[in-house]
Design a protein around this ligand. Structure first.
Ligand SMILES: Cc1cc2nc3c(=O)[nH]c(=O)nc-3n(C[C@H](O)[C@H](O)[C@H](O)COP(=O)(O)OP(=O)(O)OC[C@H]3O[C@@H](n4cnc5c(N)ncnc54)[C@H](O)[C@@H]3O)c2cc1C
Length: 450
């Protein structure tokens, strides 16, 4: 991002014996402590924390893999390629940094200071352009700062000026939020904390899968319905059957919930439906390319200033570990690309490599890959900015439903929202709340679902 911008089988058995008599239909698996829906980082971290506290947890995941939008795919390019999350944002506090170290995985600095800017295809002097960019960032932060203090929400597009550099910074912020500038609330943006970025050898998705490998997950279990009409129990069901749980954690993206793909009975309250609908289906489209040449000599980030300022928001990235290039397009630019046939999308990326890095590099491209998260019904976008006037939506998203159903994910209101680490923090926070509910209510009340 730009600078703007964690068993208790015995007790579980006791729990079943102590349960208030609940009438369940045949085929309903009865009385687990917590069902977690979704094995992305939020669901996995919540489940892991609850398992460590001795609760009986069942994780249900629709896909045939864990990790959700943190997914390292190694088949297409015959090298580990992050189709989703790649950078360990907020590196100073990001706990996956120490996870990587514990696993002996090298990390490398990936801050945007390693940026090569261009104008009409010509590279700009890196030192001078770096200074101009930083100056524009500071000017913009000052202008935005006074607006934020006033408490009046506007879109970041409102800060456009006749200054190319400031417009470029707005474009870069919009790029990193996977939204167009007019779709980004300044008050929401102000809640997000910035920090350093790291990349990990083998991919971020692969790291997440290794960190949570001990969490048992039922794959291929898509949840279709949640019935919370009975007191003290939630019935979770799909074409695989049904489970009755004392508490449920819904850890699927708000865009997926807004689509109605999980039917709630009774229906979600109107205020929550409105909050879910406010989340922008952000598009962050990658085209990965394996090169026949090493990438060490290349700057890590390549972007055209006129494009960033003018609305074509794309950045070319050279991998620090493997001979890989990634073209990332954001929002409208991503939508245009996603609308094209896969071959056309790949050809476009090769053409951009040729324009910025030369035909020598473009001619060495041996394999390409691209995944469209927006048309994936289990993601419905990459991650979500909020438009002006909807900055409260994260808070509403994360409020529990009568303490029975809890919500977690990268959309929750942490300073690290819209990132893997934000999803992790949200999962751990929700697990902590559920564990403390159990402690404060006492075991019998918890079992009875009071
Ligand atoms: C292209 C791209 C690039 C990104 N880059 C970065 C980056 O560099 N760094 C970073 O920190 N973040 C990045 N992100 C964002 C990051 O991937 C997400 O913030 C994070 O992975 C979200 O985790 P989550 O657990 O909240 O959601 P998800 O990872 O989406 O997990 C939700 C899970 O729920 C499952 N699910 C959905 N519906 C159902 C259902 N009905 N029943 C059962 N299971 C269901 C899904 O299959 C999924 O596994 C990127 C995202 C994308 C798409």
């Amino acid at each position: 991002m730009s600078s703007i911008l964690a068993r208790r089988t015995f007790l579980a058995g006791v729990a079943t014996a102590l349960s208030a008599p609940t009438v369940l239909r045949a085929g309903v698996e009865a009385d687990t402590d917590v069902v977690v829906i979704g094995a992305g980082t939020a669901g996995l971290s919540a489940a892991d924390a609850l398992l460590r506290k001795g609760l009986k947890v069942i994780v249900l995941e629709a896909r045939n893999r864990i990790g959700g939008r943190a997914w390292t795919e190694s088949e297409t390019l015959a090298l580990p390629f992050d189709q989703g999350a790649h950078w360990l944002h907020n590196a100073e506090v990001n706990s996956f940094r120490s996870s990587a170290r514990a696993l002996g995985l090298p990390l490398v600095d990936a801050s945007t200071s390693n940026l090569q800017l261009y104008r009409q295809g010509s590279p700009l002097d890196r030192t001078a352009s770096g200074r101009s960019f930083s100056r524009a960032e500071k000017q913009l932060e000052r202008r935005m700062g006074s607006q934020i203090s006033s408490g009046k929400d506007v879109a970041i597009s409102g800060f456009g000026s006749d200054d190319l550099w400031q417009n470029g910074v707005i474009g870069a912020a919009a790029f990193s939020m996977a939204a167009n500038p007019e779709q980004i609330s300044i008050l929401d943006l102000a809640t997000l904390t910035d920090g350093g970025d790291l990349a990990v050898k083998g991919g971020y998705g692969s790291l997440i899968a290794r960190v949570f490998a001990r969490v048992p997950v039922r794959l291929g279990h898509r949840v279709a319905a949640l019935d919370w009409s009975q007191s003290g129990r939630v019935k979770v069901s799909g074409d695989w059957g049904a489970i009755s749980a004392r508490r449920v954690i819904v850890a699927v993206p708000p865009t997926v919930l807004a689509s109605g793909s999980i039917i709630f009975t009774p229906a979600l309250p109107l205020a929550r439906q409105q909050a879910l609908a406010a989340f922008h289906k952000g598009q962050f489209l990658k085209v990965g390319m394996r090169l026949g040449l090493p990438t060490e000599a290349l700057a890590e980030y390549h972007a055209d200033l006129d494009d960033l300022a003018g609305g074509r928001r794309e950045v070319l990235i050279a991998d620090r570990f493997d001979p890989l290039l990634t073209l990332i397009a954001s929002d409208d630019t991503a939508r245009d690309l996603a609308g094209q046939a896969l071959d056309a999308r790949k050809a476009y990326a090769v053409e951009r490599v040729s324009a910025l890095l030369g035909s020598n590099v473009a001619n060495s491209i041996a394999a390409t890959t691209s995944y469209d998260w927006a048309s994936d019904p289990l993601a419905m976008g990459s991650y979500s900015a909020l438009p002006p006037g909807a900055a409260d939506a994260r808070k509403v998203f994360a409020e529990p439903l009568s303490d029975l159903i809890h919500f977690a994910g990268d959309a929750a209101p942490t300073p690290y929202a819209v990132t893997v680490y934000g999803a992790y923090r949200s999962g751990v926070n929700v697990a902590g709340k559920i564990a403390s509910l159990k402690r404060s209510q006492g075991w019998r009340a918890w079992v009875a679902g009071l």
